[in-house]
Design a binder for this molecule. Sequence first.
Ligand SMILES: [Mg+2]
Length: 396
Amino acid sequence: MRITDLKCAVLGGSPVVRITTDAGIEGYGQAEHFKSYLKPHVLFYRDFILGQDPTDVERVMLRIRRLGSFKPWGSAVSAIEMALWDIAGQAAGVPVYKLLGGKVRDKVLVYNGARRSPMAGQEPEHYAENMARMAEFSEGFAIIKQGIGFHSPMPDLVEDFYYGESLDVYHQTERGLLTEKGLKHVVACVEAMKDALGDRVGLALDCGPGWTVPDAIRLAKAVEGLHIMWLEDTITGDYTPYVLAELYRELTRSTSTPIHTGEQIYLRQHFKPLFEMQAVNIIGPDPADIGGIAELKWVAEYADLHGILMAPHGTGDGLIGLAALVQAAAAMPRNYIAFEYPVGRPDWWYDIVDGLPNPIVENSYITVWDRPGLGVSLNKTAASKYLEADDKDFFN
Ligand SMILES: [Mg+2]
């Protein structure tokens, strides 16, 4: 079998990859819906993979993997990798998880980081109300993640929150030492959310990046009695093109609160210092950023060897990304906790994808489906009407 084409369309903001073959099998991949700008980056790889056998996934990946990088520049490579596995699974007549070593679990736990309810403000009572509403969602999420600190509007909306100034450019660039008032505000909001949830639902906190080590230690210690699931991305994180494992190690060593990072990290090599230095307790790589499904599975095994847990990121990965997460999570070792459940945005995404269960999530679990490949595909008739003018030949 040979690859005959690599195409990319932007569907409702999401870059969607379609790889076609001379056997009539086609595969799909998807990157985060905030990354519509990736289309030319996906197409950059086209000439590198045309004519290759897509079922030799690793051999194809060797041709393009070195030409990717940390978030967002690993996404195009990752989405192509998903599409290759989709084809390989269909060609073999098995779900992708079979090709990753087989299923370890029949249903995968997910957590809520994407299904939101509007926030009325930035005071503790607003966080508590918001959390109480999300705890009633029909998916019955066992864990809910909330943004706080630099991963929330607090730096802009809470007066005298930190010693620094906003760059006011793309995505979470604030950084600096918090004021005493600022840190107390964060802790008060966390306490209010825990009061709302009790011990029925786990609370995870997405914090940064942008925290200094002393503030991150203060926060982690201040919430030690609250059984927080994890503190995500304090020091580095979203769109930070480096890891700083030695700083995470200092934080992790100082507290019993589980420390988490890794959604922006590309490839196994960049997880090496986090693992070997025991720098974090949990990692959250995203299959649409790390380099793909198999890279995520490989890193999960490597983490398990080091006693490090898995809570993969996925908030913007869309419904094809959801399928990739389900396949990878089904095959992960038992250091797996839950992945971040992506939702279809806009809502019409649910009308253009075939193969998903309904409802998708029950009691915070997704039952792993057994259809070949990723097990989902685009409904061409339904999807065509949402194609933008310069993507009209996407399904040709
Ligand atoms: Mg995050």
